[in-house]
Design a protein around this ligand. Structure first.
Ligand SMILES: [Fe+2]
Ligand SMILES: [Fe+2]
Length: 315
């Protein structure tokens, strides 16, 4: 279906609202925002939210509404225009704070968050007024040829961004939204550090993915309770598991996949050790099955603990 002028303008609003929400999260986070995000933020709001979206209204929608009898110096149109001016003033503060931040001024961080907060609050209230008050009023006063003229005007303003302009700004908006997504803390860890951490755990772990393929095991090249060879990586777990316990493995995997259970545990006496073998379903925050984690640990030293130790032992 053909998109009408208000669909196009409200698409801009909704894209920008998502960017506003994401950046508010970024600027409130304890981690300092990346330079790329701050540069992208200034670019998006100066060039798109103000330089393109507001121009569509100021150059094409508002003048037509004025010609159809809506006064420019009082009522909704005057309020919208005053808010565009105020948003430019607040965007100026955002820009100045962003430049100071990018210039390496550590004191600029809180200022940037504050300036952006004021700008975002105004923009959100403004979009709400346009979506719910101004546009419905405009729909009543604009005839079909007026509507076509606004759509044409919107395309002309977009064309100033260049052939790929709209796509580029949509992609920039998506990148900014992504920057605001809440990520697991492991995101900021270096891969080598993460690998070293897994090898430092006082348990041996192996991971089999959702297709039952062996993808990882820790403690490679160290003494292991159950030695593994690198050749197992990429094999189906069923191809590299002792035949006699295969039925159990298959049953556990089937239960995990079906969501019937999240863990299974066994313990065996093995070479003088009390070996605890646990399987855990690894799931996305939403619950989707990602694979199975096997955790193997010798419980003997733990089982032998008696009394308390509250002081540091000799190294
Ligand atoms: Fe507006
Ligand atoms: Fe608008």
């Amino acid at each position: 279906m053909e998109r009408r002028w208000f669909d196009l303008l409200m698409d801009d609003h909704s894209m920008t609202e998502k960017v506003l929400d994401a950046l508010e999260r970024v600027l409130q986070a304890s981690e300092a925002p990346g330079a790329d995000t701050v540069r992208g933020m200034v670019d998006y709001f100066v060039e798109y939210a103000d330089g393109t979206h507001n121009r569509k209204e100021e150059e094409h929608l508002f003048p037509l509404l004025e010609r159809r009898g809506m006064p420019r110096d009082s009522g909704p149109l005057a309020v919208m225009l005053a808010e565009h001016e105020e948003s430019r003033r607040l965007l100026g503060h955002v820009r100045a704070a962003a430049e100071a931040y990018l210039g390496g001024d550590p004191a600029a961080g809180p200022g940037l968050g504050e300036a952006f907060g004021a700008y975002a609050a105004l923009l959100k209230a403004h979009y709400w007024k346009e979506n719910d008050i101004l546009y419905p009023m405009a729909m009543r006063v604009l005839g079909p040829s007026d509507e076509a003229a606004v759509v044409e005007g919107i395309s002309a303003v977009e064309a100033r961004l260049g052939a790929d302009g709209h796509r580029c700004y949509s992609a920039l908006a998506a990148r900014l939204v992504e920057a605001g997504e809440v990520r697991d803390l492991s995101y900021a860890l270096d891969r080598a550090v993460l690998a070293a951490m897994l090898n430092t755990l006082p348990v041996e772990i192996s991971f089999v993915d959702a297709e039952d393929t062996v993808r990882y095991f820790s403690h490679e090249n160290r003494d292991k309770i159950f030695p593994r060879s690198r050749g197992a990586i990429g094999m189906k777990v069923q191809e590299c598991h002792p035949e006699k316990s295969l039925h159990l493995v298959n049953r556990i995997l089937a239960d995990f996949k079906a969501g019937r259970r999240d863990a299974a545990e066994f313990w065996i006496d093995f070479r003088g050790m009390k070996v605890h073998i646990r399987y855990f379903a690894v799931r996305e925050p939403g619950g989707a099955y990602l694979g199975t984690l096997e955790v193997v640990q010798d419980l003997s030293p733990i089982g032998a603990l008696q009394g308390e130790r509250r002081l540091l032992s000799e190294a």
